[in-house]
Design a protein around this ligand. Structure first.
Ligand SMILES: [Zn+2]
Length: 64
């Protein structure tokens, strides 16, 4: 299943973006940013092709 980056419109391999690579010190699942990344916002997961796009999205949605 593929998603599209809400920031730049690039298509993302959702499965790759979801693949866990480890855990952060807060216990949250961490994914490989090279394979895309995601952010839970407003009740659903948003997928991004890069950390840069996610940062941009988060900056535009300060209530995340
Ligand atoms: Zn993007």
């Amino acid at each position: 299943m593929a998603s599209t980056c809400p920031v730049c419109g690039k298509s993302i391999d959702e499965a790759a973006a979801k693949a866990p690579t480890g855990q952060t010190k807060f216990g949250a699942q961490e994914v490989d940013p090279a394979q895309g990344t995601r952010q839970f916002y407003d009740g659903k997961w948003y997928y991004f092709d890069s950390i840069q796009c996610r940062s941009k999205f988060v900056a535009e949605h300060k209530d995340v």
